[in-house]
Design a protein around this ligand. Structure first.
Ligand SMILES: [Zn+2]
Length: 262
């Protein structure tokens, strides 16, 4: 964590947020272990103090929406956090009863596709966006994470055609719900940084609709490595401006504020 803070300072960041995957009941490889959470909080507290004159640090978590209970895993920690990201990564696999990820190993993605949706990408993606709508309707949080993550395994249109009317219908419905609930959506360069996607989350077409619906946006690298902290920020800012975005939300001095990017 300290290496990441030092990298941020050297890149000229004035603020940086950490948002590890929240601990959840069923421990796995990518969520923080419950036993590590006190260390995470303590180390961030220490780093805030050590680097207070050079950078603002924020303690966050990426919370996970769980469909069978309509809960946001990690909500119990909100009081101890400066901000939260809410994301849908998981779906309940009907056959095994286990939660499988849509963005993790391809086997988990295809098991969900075949076993839960009979191979129908239309139903799979439709369900994904409807879960985000349910999450928005039931929970409050600061940022909605990578809101078209369902495309992660779809490089080169392997599973579906993103221009399909059924796909657009699903995300348009989702964005209208997001606008109604005043949700802040993240523009996330992490998929590109890790070579999974050829474009940011959400797609340029979705970003254009966000501006039409006045949905507030923020820019996030979702970095897993210190050298990715500002990955593609300048070209993404160009894309945002071309897409009609005029401002981004930032967390500064402890408050969310909107700043012009023109
Ligand atoms: Zn995520």
């Amino acid at each position: 964590m300290e290496e990441i803070v030092l990298s941020a300072i050297s890149k000229g960041f004035t603020a940086l947020g950490f948002s590890c995957h929240t601990p959840i009941e069923t421990e796995d490889e990518w969520h923080m272990k419950k036993a590590d959470f006190p260390y995470y909080l303590g180390e961030l507290k220490r780093l805030k103090e050590v680097y207070r004159d050079r950078i603002e640090l924020y303690t966050g978590l990426e919370l996970d929406y769980l469909e069978d209970t309509n809960t946001l895993a990690g909500s119990e920690y909100i009081e101890q956090l400066d901000y939260t990201i809410a994301s849908v990564h998981l779906m309940k696999h009907k056959k095994s009863g286990a939660y499988l990820s849509i963005d993790g190993p391809i086997e988990e993605f295809t098991s969900l596709l075949q076993d839960n949706f009979n191979g129908s990408m239309e139903h799979f993606a439709g369900h994904y966006f409807s879960l985000q709508e349910r999450m928005i309707s039931s929970h409050t949080f600061d940022i909605l994470g990578h809101c078209d993550l369902i495309k992660k395994h779809n490089r080169d249109g392997r599973f579906f055609e993103p221009a399909s009317p059924w796909y657009k219908k699903a995300w348009v419905s989702f964005l209208h719900r997001a606008a109604k609930h005043d949700v802040r959506i993240e523009v996330n360069t992490g998929g590109v940084a890790r070579g999974a996607t050829s474009e940011v989350y959400p797609s340029p077409e979705m970003i254009r609709m966000c501006t039409e619906l006045s949905i507030p946006l923020m820019l996030n690298s979702d970095a897993h490595r210190s050298d990715h902290l500002d990955f593609s920020f300048s070209s993404t800012e160009d894309l945002l401006i071309q897409s009609g975005v005029r401002s981004l939300d930032i967390l500064e001095h402890g408050f969310w504020t909107t700043v012009s990017i023109l």
